[in-house]
Ligand binder design. Structure first.
Ligand code: SF4
Ligand code: SF4
Length: 477
C-alpha cells in the first residue's frame, strides 16, 4: 500500500485560458499548459488524498497506468503532489550573506528646477538650496562599487536627483572617469538617468547619445493631466516645455529607446489615454506607470476605488498590448511587458527588488541608502563611501528580515515569488517599517498577475515569435 498522495495547494495556481488549463508553478514562477491527464490527476487529488494505486485505478478507464505513474512522478518532482515528505524550502538560505552590488545611484543634486506638488523625494530642495554631490564623493561611490563587487562583468551608474542635469559638470566628469576606469579594469559600464527633460538642449542630447545613456523622462500625460502636478517653482504648468524638449530628444536620440515614466496620483486613473498620448502622439518607445498609494503627502495617494480603476485601465491597455503582440508589434506598455518577461523567464524573487542587493544609492554626503527613494529619509544608512564603505552586517540583517516570510501573509500568497512583499519604500512610508510587506493592494496585484498569465498564454499559443523578438533579447543587455 503506497503513501497517501495530496495536492500541494500552496505551490499550485490554475488559470483557465479558453479551453486551456494553465498551471502556475508558484515556487519557480513558471507556467505550464496542463494536458488532460495532468488535469485529471489534479482533480482526483483535490479533496481527500488517495494512494498511487487508488489513483491508477480511478483513472484506469481513460489512461494507461504507466502514463499515470510517469505524470505523477513529474508532479511529485515539481512538488505539486506530495506523499507527505517534507517539501524543499522555497528560499534555500535563511540569511543574505553577500550582496553583489553592480549598480550605484548617485544623487547628484537634491535640488530640482521644478516643484512638482507630489514629489516623493525625501531630500528634495529648491534649486538655490540644492546640495550637489562633489566629484570626490561620486568617485568614491564608483570605487566602492568596484571594491565591493570586483567580479561583475557589467556595472551601472545611475544619475538621479532632484533634476540630475542641474549638476551637469559632475555627470560629465563621472562619465569620463567611469569610461576610463571600467575599460582599464576590463569591465563594461552603462549610464542611466531619469530627467524632467526641461534642461535638455541639442548639445546635451548629442552628448548623452554619444555615451549611450539609458534615458527615462518624467511626464504624466496630456497637458491637462501633466500640469496638475508637474509645475515650476513659480507654479506654472510645464507640459509645453517638456513636450517640446521630449520631441527634440526623441528626434535626435538614437542610441537606445527612450521611456516615459508616469506618476499616477489621485484623480488620475486613465492609463489608456495617457499611454495613447505618450506612445502614439509623442513617440516614446515605452511608457511605465507608477501608482502612488503611500506617498509622504497622503492627499496625493490614489484612493482604494481609484486604484481599482487604475488596474482596470491597465487591463484595458493590456488587451491592446495583447492584440498588438498577436500582430507582432510591441506597444511599449512597460508594466505588462515586465510581467510577461518575469513569467517567461520564470523569475523567482526572494526579495522584491534590487535595492540593497544589487544596488545602493549614495547621497551628497556619501551615505549609502537602500535605493534612490531613501536618500534623505530618517532610515539609518548602511555606511558611507568615505568611511568604511558598506555596513555589510547591517545591510544583510535588513535584507534577511524580508527573506523570512514566516508569519506573514506573503508566506502562502500565490504571487509571493513575484511580489515578495513589495517595495521597501512604500512599506516605510505606510508602516514606518521597510521590512513590513505592503499589504494594501494584494488582491489587485494577484489579479494583475493572473491577467499577465492569460496574456502570456495567448501570446505563446498564437504568436510565440513575439517573445523571441521582444522579450528574449532583453537578457543579452
Ligand atoms: S505583499 Fe501581498 S501580494 Fe505581495 S507577496 Fe505579500 S501577500 Fe502577496
Ligand atoms: S525599494 Fe521600492 S523604490 Fe526602491 S528600488 Fe525597490 S521597488 Fe524601487
Amino acid at each position: 500500500m503506497g503513501a497517501i498522495l495530496n495536492l500541494v495547494e500552496r505551490n499550485l495556481h490554475e488559470v483557465q485560458v479558453d479551453a486551456d488549463r494553465m498551471l502556475f508553478h508558484i515556487p519557480s514562477s513558471s507556467l505550464f499548459a496542463s494536458d488532460a491527464l495532468t488535469g485529471s490527476i489534479i482533480d482526483a487529488l483535490r479533496g481527500p488524498g488517495c494512494t498511487p494505486e487508488d489513483l491508477i485505478q480511478q483513472l484506469a478507464g481513460a489512461y494507461d497506468s504507466t502514463d499515470v505513474s510517469d505524470t505523477l512522478r513529474e508532479l511529485m518532482a515539481l512538488e505539486l503532489v506530495s506523499d507527505g515528505s517534507l517539501l524543499t524550502p522555497e528560499i534555500g538560505v535563511k540569511r543574505v550573506e553577500r550582496t553583489a552590488i553592480n549598480t550605484v545611484v548617485l544623487n547628484v543634486n537634491t535640488g530640482c528646477n521644478l516643484s512638482c506638488t507630489y514629489c516623493y523625494k525625501e531630500d528634495l530642495d529648491k534649486p538655490s538650496a540644492g546640495k550637489k554631490m562633489g566629484l570626490d564623493t561620486a568617485i568614491a561611490s564608483v570605487e566602492m562599487l568596484l571594491q565591493e563587487s570586483p567580479d561583475e562583468e557589467r556595472y551601472t551608474v545611475v544619475f538621479f536627483g532632484g533634476e540630475p542635469l542641474s549638476n551637469r559638470p559632475l555627470i560629465e566628469a563621472m562619465v569620463d572617469y567611469c569610461e576610463q576606469r571600467f575599460a582599464a579594469a576590463g569591465k563594461f559600464v552603462e549610464f542611466v538617468m531619469t530627467t524632467n527633460a526641461t534642461l535638455l538642449t541639442e548639445e546635451i542630447i548629442d552628448y548623452l547619445n554619444a555615451h549611450r545613456f539609458g534615458l527615462s523622462v518624467s511626464i504624466d500625460g496630456p497637458k491637462t493631466v501633466h500640469d496638475r502636478n508637474r509645475i515650476t517653482v513659480g507654479g506654472q504648468g510645464t507640459y509645453d516645455v517638456v513636450r517640446r524638449k521630449a520631441q527634440m530628444l526623441l528626434s535626435r536620440y538614437h542610441s537606445r529607446p527612450v521611456g516615459a515614466r508616469v506618476t499616477l496620483t489621485t484623480g488620475v486613473t486613465d492609463v489608456e489615454t495617457i499611454w495613447d498620448h505618450l506612445f502614439n502622439e509623442l513617440g516614446f518607445a515605452e511608457v511605465g506607470f507608477a501608482p502612488v498609494t503611500s506617498g509622504d503627502i497622503s492627499s496625493f495617494n490614489l484612493s482604494s476605488e481609484e486604484l481599482i480603476e487604475v488596474f482596470a485601465s491597465m487591463k484595458r491597455l493590456g488587451r491592446r498590448y495583447l492584440d498588438a503582440a498577436l500582430e507582432h508589434r510591441n506597444i511599449g506598455f512597460s508594466n505588462l511587458h515586465q510581467l510577461i518577461t518575469d513569467i517567461h523567464e520564470g523569475h523567482k524573487k526572494a526579495l522584491p527588488c534590487g535595492a540593497g542587493l544589487k544596488m545602493l544609492a549614495v547621497d551628497h554626503k556619501g551615505e549609502l541608502n537602500l535605493c534612490h527613494r531613501f536618500t534623505g529619509s530618517s532610515l539609518p544608512t548602511f555606511g558611507n563611501v568615505h568611511d568604511g564603505g558598506v555596513k555589510q552586517v547591517e545591510l544583510n540583517d535588513f535584507l534577511s528580515q524580508r527573506l523570512d516570510r514566516t508569519h506573514t501573509g506573503c508566506d502562502s500568497c500565490r504571487i509571493r515569488n513575484l511580489c515578495s512583499g513589495g517595495c521597501y519604500h512604500e512599506s516605510y512610508a505606510r508602516y514606518g517599517d521597510p521590512a513590513h510587506p505592503t499589504y494594501h493592494y494584494c488582491e489587485l496585484m494577484r489579479d494583475w498577475v493572473d491577467f499577465g498569465i492569460e496574456v502570456y498564454s495567448r501570446i505563446m499559443a498564437h504568436n510565440p515569435a513575439f517573445i523571441s523578438t521582444y522579450i528574449t533579447p532583453r537578457k543579452a543587455h
